[in-house]
Structures are given as structure tokens and as C-alpha cells.
Design a protein around this ligand. Sequence first.
Ligand code: LLP
Length: 382
Amino acid sequence: MSTKFPLDHFEQLQTPFYYYDLGLLRATLKSICAESKKYGYKIHYAVKANANHRLLNEINAAGLGMDCVSGYEVQCAIDNGFGQNGIVFAGVGKTDWEIELALAANIECFNVESVPELEVIDALARKTGKTANVALRINPNVDAHTHHYITTGLDENKFGIYTWDLENVLNVVQRLKNVNLIGLHFHIGSQITDMEPFRELCSRVNELQKWFESHGVKLTSINVGGGLGVDYSNPDINEMPDFASYFGTFHKFLELRPGQQVHFELGRAVVAQCGSLISRVTYVKNGRQTKFIIIDAGMNDLIRPALYQASHKIQNLSASGAEEKYDVVGPICESSDCFGKALLLPQTKRRDIIAIRSAGAYGEIMASRYNLRKFAPTYYSE
Ligand code: LLP
């Protein structure tokens, strides 16, 4: 039985729903701010992880900027007051209206991923008599050692400018009049729990800084992206990532020039642990080799296990005592609608309440209406 959750309250509610612990979110933000302030780092929240308005209020109040990857996210940043804390805009496929919206909002920086994109930003900025600040998103060819769907910094990925093309890109950027090159941007992947890939990223940044310096370019902004992972197996023991050692790694290994500002784009590390998907057991069914717990949440509510073979801790909040092995599955007509196989859980019965933990990042935001199901509602700890 868990004391973390208000089970009596949950029993009154229709399931499934997302439940957010705002106290934990606040504590996480406090730790991020305290540890990053030590080095004067600037944090942009990667809103792709979760755009829930109550969470955004807390994140905005903590003073984070926003990292966006679509015009809709830029609009969300503006609507939620993130403008004054700095909006950065990445993405390989920014369309004209998205660029125009960001130009009109005078965002802090476009993280540019190709030559044709640079040319379009320049042309659209010229039309409105503006100069856009740009950072070159460089694909550093660093292996993040994470799931291949969430690795972004390898030569085989579609993201960023490849280092072999740098000379050409620099020529273009210097020729264009309505873009102002202020820095470099990187993002090597997501759910990275070992500091080694970040250390490697720092040495690639150091090499690239030397290259730009030797070409007479002065950079003021170094954006190292996001990617810090969380502990999906032990969300109660490790309620938040070790931000001290994360920021400490960059402080130790990045060689900065005077006046340079380091930016981060954290998504998962901010919001993953404060969210749970709460569901009810519909049936317990005996298979030939396994017992199935069929719950009323499905892959449309949380797609991470189906899409990335991600494992989230699953708890039966209603039962305790002798355990049995179960596969926990949803009601969707797909075999991949499975949240966990051969899990040890207390003996489970119809109507027990199940919590799928660490679902605050890339959960609610990636939900769909597959099978014409409704989007799960949200509840909060306060
Ligand atoms: N910056 C850029 C340019 C990114 O592409 C991403 C994530 C982030 C920052 C934030 O990364 P984070 O700190 O959250 O790791 N849906 C997948 C994760 C996709 C991440 C995409 N990019 C999942 O559920 O694991």
C-alpha cells in the first residue's frame, strides 16, 4: 500500500487519469535552479515533454525559459508568459508561418538545422526589417547510448548541421544580412543517465569552439540541449535526478570564453517523476502461461512502453502481501498495448487501483484518441 497517493480520493474518480504531484515538481525546480545558478547557467524547459498548464505555471514561476520545436509550442510559450525568460526554437522542418510567428515574437534564438532553413529565416526576417539571432545546431556525432529512437546526435540522424558541412554553412551565414550568428546548439539524445556522453559532448564543443575561433567568429551562446534521464525503476528512491553532478560535469569540462552564456533544454528531468498514470483493473485473466492484468489505461494514454520498450514502475495501490507474476496490458486492439511483462505484483483483483509511475514526461502530451478513446483527464496533489 502506498502513502504517496490519496487512494480514497482516487477510488471516487473515473479512471484512467494523470495525477501530478506539484510539491515534487516544485522541489525539482528548486534543485535545478539552485544547482544551475552556481555557474550562471540558463535553463529552458523543453515543453515537448509536457504542456499541462498547471505544470507550466510552476515552471514559469521558477524563471525557466522555453525550448520549442513547433510554432504551436512557440505560441504556447508566449501565451504562458515565457517570453521574458527566453524562447529558443529548434526543429528540422520549421515552416514559413512558424518562422514568421517566432520573428514577430522576437524570440531569443533560432536553433538552425540546415542551410535552406538559414536562407528562409533570412528572407522572412528581411521582409519585416528584422535580424534574427541564430545558433547553428551542430550534430556532434556523440553516441548517447540510449534507445535508438531517442538518439539524435549521430551522423545517421536527421538532426543538425553535420561537421563536414561546417565550412559551407559558415560561408552562407556570413553572407546573409538578416541573420546574426550568436552561438552553437547541440542535443545528443534523451534519457541519458551516465555522465560520460555529456563529458564527450563537452570535448566536442571545445573542439568546435576552437574551429570557429580560428575562422574569426565570436560566439556568445553555447546551448548544450537536454537529455538528462530519470530513474524509472526507483522513482521513490530517486525522486529527482542528480542535478549537482549534471551541471558540475559541464562546469568541469566545458572551456568557455569570457562573456559566453551556457543554455540547457531540460524536459524529462523536470517533469517525469511528478506524474503518474492512474488506472483501474478491469479484469484479471488467466492465460496459458501467464496471468494478465487488464487495466483501463492503454497505449493511447501512455505510448512509451509500446514505442520505445520503455519500462515504467507499476504499483497496485489497493493491494499488498503475497506477490504473483503478471503481464499488465491495456484494452487497445494491439499486442504492443502492454505496460510490463512478468511483473511481480501483489495478488490483484478487479477494480484495484494501479499507478504507472514516472509518466510526467512524454505521457499526457503524446496521448492519442486511438480506438476513439477520450483523452485522460488530469488531477493534481493540491
Ligand atoms: N532539446 C531538443 C532539441 C530535443 O530534441 C529534446 C528532446 C530536448 C531538448 C529535451 O530532451 P529531454 O531533456 O527531455 O531528454 N518521446 C521520447 C523522448 C523524445 C525526446 C525528443 N527530444 C520519450 O518518451 O522517451
